[in-house]
Design a protein around this ligand. Structure first.
Ligand SMILES: [Zn+2]
Length: 241
């Protein structure tokens, strides 16, 4: 007898595709028939049925994945999903906090409070507060300073405001056009910004009528190119204000 369940060395091991020893092979008709006969008449016990039923509750069954469902059907499936307190992800609900900057009441997950976070209702309030406390010794940072110098050398009308001076919605752009054009520049460090950040930021500023130029940190290796790129960006749009 082989070891069953957790006793078996292969318990919980799944080997898909080429990793599967049976990859690319097929059972013969004879083997298939043998298998069929061996399982014929096997029935799940009540216990197994109940277990399967509980396991699958609230999940989209594999035969429905990617299918268009009727609204009625969707509601039915939704009703099956445990929510709030019944959900296995329930963390005790949100609690109310008062923003230390704008004194607005807001709700947060208690886990954040535990780690000393959730002092402010928004990133804007957090940065405004830091600015007040003069907690921006690092701003502008080295790379931002390179850009500031580059812009001034090339007479490019962009001012550094990345220390929280200017806000468009919940975002604080790094540079803003000082010639009245609705333009901002965001400077992205390559390490901590995923590539899709670029599109997201451009999209965000567009909502406020601003064009956004993205400059990546590694572009600083070639300052002339950055200057040309910025000049071109600055020239494109006529004064809108
Ligand atoms: Zn606030």
């Amino acid at each position: 007898m082989s070891n069953k369940g957790e006793q078996n060395g292969m318990f919980g091991v799944h080997r898909y595709g080429e990793a599967n020893p049976f990859f690319g092979q097929h059972h013969t008709e004879e083997t298939k028939e043998k298998n069929r006969q061996a399982h014929l008449g096997n029935k799940h016990t009540e216990e197994q049925n109940l277990e399967n039923s509980n396991r699958l509750k609230g999940r989209v069954p594999y035969w429905l994945i990617g299918k268009e469902l009727s609204e009625e059907h969707k509601l039915k499936l939704k009703a099956n999903v445990p929510r709030g307190k019944d959900s296995p992800h329930w963390k005790g609900g949100e609690i109310e906090r008062v923003c230390q900057e704008c004194e607005k009441h807001f709700r947060v997950c208690p886990a954040l409070v535990k780690y000393g976070r959730a002092k402010f209702c928004s990133q804007q309030c957090s940065m405004t507060n830091r600015r007040k406390r003069g907690d921006f010794g690092q701003s502008p940072n080295k790379s931002e300073q390179i850009l500031i110098d580059l812009f001034s050398q090339n007479n490019l009308p962009f001012k550094f405001v990345g220390n929280g001076e200017v806000w468009l919605g919940n975002r604080n752009p790094d540079f803003i056009n000082t010639n009245g054009k609705k333009q901002v520049i965001e400077f992205l460090g390559t390490h901590w910004h995923p590539l899709f950040d670029e599109a997201r930021k451009v999209e965000h500023y567009k909502k406020y009528g601003f064009d956004c130029l993205i400059i990546w940190e590694d572009e600083l290796a070639n300052p002339d190119k950055v200057a040309i790129k910025t000049k071109r960006f600055e020239r494109v749009k006529k004064c809108k204000l």
